[in-house]
Write a protein that binds this ligand. Structure first.
Ligand code: PDD
Length: 279
């Protein structure tokens, strides 16, 4: 696995940033996870768009140009020699003497890594489905910004693992918004695919964008609206998407079977469409 840190390429084990980096001290930083498949980036432009939107929201400046970022990412993949993997990008406001307010004129810290990742490991999960638990959403009010301030997500994922579940679904004011690292969908009784609309309550997932596009192209009915945990419990099908899991059926929620307790027809159809797209 290889890393890039502010101009230097090398093994991950030797890469380092300052202990005064604001990403480390304040989570004053953003990240992206991009799929590398057959040596190519999936949806590079969309990830870059989301990163730049987040940087603008946090007033972090000084990132290299789009072309320079793409060149660094491509070089890292070629150094890694992995044809399938995950590119991780992190940008922090930079390193400076600890002070909550922005320091003047410091360069941003740019880190990228490439690690091997086998997307096919998801295929058995597409067949069997995964289980999920629900938890109160304890995140901040700007879940649309992909910050590295992930503590509520970390704690929720750990609670899911302790319960032998794959994912924790966040509930806020009765509404189930998304998973700790995934977007969430239910298939309603009438067959519609329902997912929370884009808002400050969820991350605008790139896999979400792709999935909704595939569903529309296949003339499947999509409705973007909030839905309750009670609706989710009663739904015939539930599923998740993320960069690391293009589509994953949820077959158990809080210990109770979802639908028939096996991936349903709408999820299976979407799974086939999503995988056909990325192979
Ligand atoms: N997580 N919602 C949350 C809270 C996420 O953290 C993620 C991604 C998603 C899905 O977004 P996308 O389709 O762009 O991957 C939704 C990444 C993969 C992670 O934290 O590792």
């Amino acid at each position: 696995a290889v890393a890039y840190v502010n101009g230097r390429y090398g093994p991950i084990a030797e890469a380092a940033v300052s202990i005064e980096d604001r990403g480390f001290q304040f989570a004053d930083s953003l990240y992206e996870v991009v799929a590398v498949m057959n040596g190519r980036f999936l949806d590079w432009d969309k990830h870059l768009w989301r990163l730049k939107r987040g940087l603008a929201a946090l007033f972090i400046e000084g990132l290299p140009s789009d072309a320079a970022l793409a060149a660094i990412a491509r070089r890292l993949v070629s150094l890694s020699r992995y044809s399938d993997g995950l590119l991780y990008i992190q940008v922090s406001r930079g390193a400076a003497k600890r002070d909550h307010g922005f320091p003047a004129d410091i360069p941003a810290t740019l880190v990228m890594t490439v690690r091997r990742f086998n997307f096919r490991q998801r295929l058995p999960q597409l067949e069997t489905g995964v289980s999920a638990i629900s938890l109160p959403d304890q995140r901040w009010a700007r879940c649309d910004i992909k910050t590295t301030g992930l503590l509520p997500a970390v704690l929720a994922k750990q609670e899911a693992r302790a319960a032998n579940a794959f994912e924790a679904l966040f509930e806020k004011d009765g509404i189930v918004t998304e998973g700790s690292s995934t977007n969430l969908y239910m298939v309603a009784a009438d067959g519609r695919i329902v997912t929370h609309p884009l808002s400050a309550s969820i991350l605008p997932g790139i896999a979400r964008d792709t999935l909704l596009g595939l569903a529309q192209d296949a003339q499947m009915q999509v409705e973007e609206r909030p839905f309750t945990l009670e609706e989710a419990r009663a739904a015939p099908e539930l599923f998740l998407t993320s960069t690391t899991a293009p589509i994953l059926p949820i077959v158990q929620l809080d210990g109770a079977a979802v639908g028939g307790g096996a991936p349903g027809p709408v999820t299976r159809r979407l799974g086939a469409l999503a995988w056909a797209e990325i192979q």
